[in-house]
Design a protein around this ligand. Structure first.
Ligand SMILES: [Zn+2]
Length: 255
């Protein structure tokens, strides 16, 4: 029986632990991203005193089976217990993987407000953390994650036609990215500058497949060094412009 009442209906979700804060004398306030109910917040009563119900799993980035009461008190759920599915130890092994994981969590939080369910986003996080854990290149993972997450959040870049003259993009020739339009423009309409970075046809093709691929293709994307060099500034401009800010965790990224 929990302190919030004997008749609280319990529910178990696969969840990523997104944030943890000390709460009161012995509790923890936990933000978690579930596969079936989106991002939620709950209190783990007594979690700082007794580690038994939450052994080794209330840690940032852990994937867990989290049991929580469906009855909310205000905005908060009651967390009853937690079982670790994956702790992604490799992700914690160096500062740059850890920073990238924080960035992925922050981007997810911004794109998916509380209670917004997206199983594709959950899968993208899971595959990206698995790839980080295995030591996949961080610079590649960052752009693949950004492109797909932005697209799932409703901010995909329009790569189908020139946003100025409307000419469909035929897949040949360079194009430039226009951040205020979230789209590409042809070289007849715009010049390449640092504010309007250009991309070669295969970089545009790569970006398109990142936006449309299933989340489990994270590790299957093949990009050349040149593709990475061209796509990176496009996604940086795009995320900052669409979200209206630079993410806090972005300043720790060295890629
Ligand atoms: Zn044009």
């Amino acid at each position: 029986m929990c302190k919030w009442g004997a008749n609280v209906e319990m529910h178990i979700s696969q969840s990523f632990i997104m944030r943890i804060k000390e709460f009161g004398e012995s509790d923890l306030l936990v933000t978690f991203f579930t596969s079936d109910k989106g991002r939620l917040k709950g209190v783990a009563k007594g979690a700082r005193r007794s580690k038994k119900r939450f052994a080794n799993c209330l840690d940032l980035f852990c994937l867990t089976n989290l049991e929580y009461g469906l009855q909310k008190r205000g905005d908060l759920y009651f967390l009853n217990s937690c079982k670790l599915i994956h702790g992604f130890p490799g992700l914690r092994s160096d500062f740059s993987s850890l920073s990238l994981a924080s960035y992925m969590i922050e981007l997810t939080e911004i794109l998916f407000p509380q209670n917004v369910v997206d199983t594709n986003m959950f899968e993208l996080l899971q595959k990206s953390f698995t790839a980080l854990d295995r030591g996949t290149r961080n610079d590649v993972l960052r752009i693949v994650f950004e492109a797909k997450a932005m697209s799932l959040g409703g901010y995909g870049i329009n790569l189908e036609k020139c946003c100025k003259c409307g000419r469909p993009y035929a897949g040949t020739g360079r194009a430039v990215f226009m951040r205020n339009r979230g789209a590409i423009a042809c070289l007849n309409c715009e010049k390449e500058t640092s504010g309007c970075p250009g991309m070669a046809p295969d970089a545009i093709k790569g970006l398109r497949s990142m936006q449309t691929m299933p989340g489990d293709h994270v590790e299957k994307m093949s990009l050349t060094e040149e593709n990475i060099r061209e796509i990176r500034p496009v996604l940086k401009l795009h995320t900052e412009y669409r979200l209206g800010k630079r993410l806090k965790s972005a300043k720790y990224l060295d890629i």
